[in-house]
Design a protein. Structure first.
Length: 355
């Protein structure tokens, strides 16, 4: 499915009144390394604006120092390259230039990934053809979730065009605009929605009906998503917060199992047992186990593992661990307090496979 979008006036029509608020936190100020200050000064002196974007802003509003910060700018990739070349600043990974992303390295100490404001012009449900813009609001309205559509300028002001601040306050996961349109732009957003719901929603929270209805309407699009991308998202869901309830919603309500090549009759009792054993904080925390450990709990036979791996492209090591757990599950339950049993079981399996 190809969606052609003409964005020039859409955002202005459907946006709420843009909200601007001041953020003055230790986590924000801690990000200002000499390298970031130099980068900020460089853009300002050339007449361009530089803002933090997306997940980093969300994390800062929740009082968390982000481990990774993405930046957005109204400078085009060509203009950025001219600036960096003139200042003899090294540029890395130019493969992202087509989508507006330039990565630079300041003083050989810190890398910064900077993306030109853009709109998605033609979408096929996987990747989008983009057009550059200087309108921050238009860029905000092409993003998937409101909590990921915020910008933070380097003077400490958060710019909210979609209601993301309110959704963070209420721990609500909402799509930007029409959920169906957002999902049709990239069907992997179906899994991203569940990952973020598990990560941020209150324990016991229910899904907004319009989100679930949109996911059910668009789920066939997952057929066209690569197995590597599916596994990249699903493995985070498996070990994430509220994994049991999130996966139940995915498989029982939305019927996403066939698109991941999961068994028709998944044994949720086993998954919940394994999740509970590996939940030091209960539902309100991530699981302390490898993704394959949780994944194996959804399988009852070796063929289930092989079928899943043929679609979702988990690594051979992850597949091997799933097969070992499925094969030894019944026997292992009799030795669950014997650490040596598990050591020898793994060593024996490695030996048999010629490792």
């Amino acid at each position: 499915m190809r969606i052609i979008r003409h964005f020039s006036k859409i955002a202005a029509v459907i946006a709420r009144h843009p909200l601007k608020m001041r953020l003055d936190s230790p986590e924000f100020h801690a990000l200002f390394t000499p390298e970031l200050k130099k980068l900020s000064s460089l853009f300002a002196s050339n007449g361009f604006e530089l803002r933090m974007a997306g997940g980093a802003v969300r994390d800062l509003l929740m009082g968390v120092r982000p481990s990774d910060v993405d930046f957005a700018t109204d400078a085009t990739p060509t203009q950025m390259k001219e600036i960096f070349t003139h200042e003899q600043i090294r540029m890395l990974n130019k493969n992202g230039e087509e989508h507006g992303t330039i990565t630079c390295r300041i003083d050989d100490k810190e890398n910064f990934e900077i993306t030109t404001l853009r709109i998605d012009v033609v979408c096929d449900g996987r990747r989008a053809a983009v057009k550059f813009t200087k309108d921050w609001e238009e860029d905000a309205f092409r993003r998937d979730l409101t909590i990921n559509s915020l910008f933070l300028d380097l003077d400490g002001f958060v710019h909210d065009y979609t209601g993301g601040i309110e959704d963070i306050k209420n721990r609500r996961i909402s799509f930007v605009g029409d959920p169906v349109i957002r999902l049709q732009e990239d069907f992997l957003r179906i899994l991203r929605y569940f990952r973020f719901f598990g990560r941020f929603a209150p324990v016991g929270a229910t899904h907004e009906p319009k989100n679930i209805e949109a996911i059910i309407e668009c789920k066939d699009g997952l057929k066209n998503i690569s197995g590597e991308r599916l596994w990249m998202e699903f493995n985070k869901i498996l070990i994430g917060r509220m994994a049991s309830s999130v996966i139940k919603e995915m498989l029982l309500t939305c019927k996403l199992g066939p698109f991941l090549c999961l068994p028709e009759n998944v044994g949720f009792d086993e998954f919940e047992r394994v999740a509970k054993v590996n939940s030091p904080k209960g539902e309100d925390g991530p699981l302390a186990a490898a993704p394959s450990t949780l994944l194996s709990a959804l399988f009852s036979k070796i063929e289930d593992v092989e079928r899943f791996q043929s679609r979702c492209k988990c690594s051979n090591a992850e597949k091997w661990l799933c097969e070992l757990i499925v094969q030894k599950r019944e026997e292992a339950m009799k030795h669950k307090n014997d650490i040596n049993y598990f050591k020898y079981a793994i060593l024996d399996e490695i030996f048999e496979r010629g490792g």
